[in-house]
Write a protein that binds this ligand. Structure first.
Ligand code: SF4
Length: 470
């Protein structure tokens, strides 16, 4: 589904490299492959071993890192970030990596996730004299590191990390080392690769592939990885860990060519579609998927049901952020910017429309209407995840509970609202089994909180307020 029209938005993406003469250029390509995780801003900080230099801006990777701008940032190591910002949470100062200079040295931070106790920590730090430059939760970590009494940087970082609650994949760079940390539940993906003698870090393995790096391993929950010119070391800053990888990474966010904890995202989505066909057998003529993220599930549904897959909907790839969007009145006249039905495929047919999720329901209704206007005789909506009934506090903008249609409507009520002939969601057990993670236990090491309401961390009252994501 298209994030920007759905109300379910990606979080952020991070990329880092240590020990390569073209660190900045490689980071550019890595970030470009993670662009789907955030289109509001991009940045990178590079070190030559003596000075940290930053380059960042609002916009896409190609808009921020022009050839002219890239001329001035050379070095042997870099960290980078692509950002999605919630409404009101944007602005240049919040674009990452955040870069701090002090007499004892410089520090750059890139963060994917969301801290659930950031407001409480911020209040505490402000009463102790800290002045914040941004409204980002990420800045809290820099202040905690700076205030820690330990002399070694890695001990300061470990001490600071123990005070954070929530989801985080952090890249932390000084002039002489790169540190990588994952929260004790491992809510966000983060992988390590090798490119010759260099070490590469990325939110998704697709970024390792793009730059030609070999996947080595995933960062562990509660682990701090330290990379410098001497090599790579690993230390645990927390042993109180349980795996709770975000299930929506498989269902919707990540690129199909990425692997998360050994499970390929396209394969997981295809299996979700197959399982859906078992749980929701429907008599129909064609199966179609809402581009892009639902195509794999639609192929799986078609394969398992024996009903042919057809491209019943196409996405206009050239709708940029700056394109003049149609006004409400033009939209009502039928000006469709992002999706179009393929009349030749759906006319006179009973259509099964596979989508990955329903957030507010407005987009589903628009697509059902679009298919019917193009001549579909029936539109059966099948969703390759369970109803999203609870908000996410870990960096995914799933709206407030009030905006989530499934939190206050039954499946039948939603069916009526979106004007579908039938509506089926996948079961929670079906989703967990279909994704096929190899962990033990009922959740198989997955976070399912937006479906079940069982959050893997403590939830602070402040999490309910709109706080800066990423
Ligand atoms: S609550 Fe949902 S979207 Fe948020 S981390 Fe958990 S599974 Fe992912």
């Amino acid at each position: 589904m298209l994030a920007e029209i759905k109300g379910l938005n990606e979080e952020c993406g991070v990329f880092g490299i240590w020990g390569h003469p073209n660190a900045a250029e490689i980071t550019y390509y890595g970030l470009h492959s993670l662009q789907h995780r955030g289109q509001e801003g991009a940045g990178m900080v590079v070190t030559d071993g003596e000075i940290l230099r930053g380059l960042k801006g609002e916009g896409l990777v190609t808009e921020v890192f022009t050839s002219d701008a890239m001329k001035d940032i050379k070095g042997k190591a870099a960290i980078g970030h692509v950002r999605y910002a919630t409404a009101g949470g944007g602005g240049y100062e919040n674009v990452q990596p955040l870069l701090f200079h002090s007499q004892s040295g410089s520090l750059a931070l890139a963060h994917n996730g969301n801290l659930v106790n950031a407001t409480a920590l911020k209040h505490q730090l402000e009463t102790q004299g800290s002045i914040f430059q941004t409204s980002s939760d990420t800045e809290v970590l820099a202040h905690l590191i700076k205030r820690s009494g330990f002399s070694l940087m890695k001990d300061r970082v470990k001490n600071a990390l123990t005070m954070l609650k929530g989801a985080y994949a952090f890249l932390i760079m000084t002039e002489t080392e790169l540190m990588v940390a994952l929260d004790p539940h491992g809510l966000r993906p983060l992988s390590i690769g090798r490119l010759g003698d260099a070490y590469v870090l990325a939110s998704e393995t697709c970024a390792l592939d793009i730059v030609g790096a070999e996947f080595e391993r995933d960062v562990l929950p509660g682990e701090l990885v330290i990379i410098d010119d001497e090599g790579i070391r690993s230390e645990m800053y927390s042993y109180n860990t349980t795996k709770a990888m975000c299930t929506m990474e498989y269902v919707y966010f990540s690129r199909p060519d990425s692997n998360i904890h050994g499970v390929n995202v396209h394969t997981a989505r295809k299996n979700l579609g197959k399982r859906l066909a078992m749980e929701a057998p429907i008599e129909a003529d064609v199966v179609t998927g809402v581009p892009d993220s639902s195509i794999s599930a639609a192929i799986g549904y078609a394969e398992a049901s024996g009903i042919p897959y057809e491209m019943g909907l196409i996405k206009n790839r050239y709708v940029g952020r700056t394109f003049i969007q149609p006004s409400q009145s033009l939209r009502e006249q039928g000006v469709k910017m992002k999706l179009s039905p393929v009349r030749g495929v759906v006319e006179g047919k009973r259509v099964i429309m596979v989508d990955d999720s329903i957030v507010r329901g407005t987009t589903s209704k628009r697509i059902v209407r679009m298919l019917k206007e193009a001549g579909a005789t029936e539109v059966h909506v099948v969703i390759s995840s369970p109803p999203i009934q609870n908000p996410c506090f870990y960096g995914i903008d799933t709206s407030t509970r009030e905006e989530l249609i499934a939190s206050n409507h039954s499946v039948e009520e939603i069916r009526q609202l979106i004007e579908a002939d039938s509506l089926t969601f996948l079961s929670v057990e079906g989703m967990v089994e279909a994704i096929g993670r190899q962990e033990e236990g009922e959740t198989r090491g997955s976070c399912l909180a937006c479906f079940t309401g069982k959050y893997p961390t403590e939830i602070y009252p402040e999490s309910l307020q709109a706080f800066q994501k990423c």
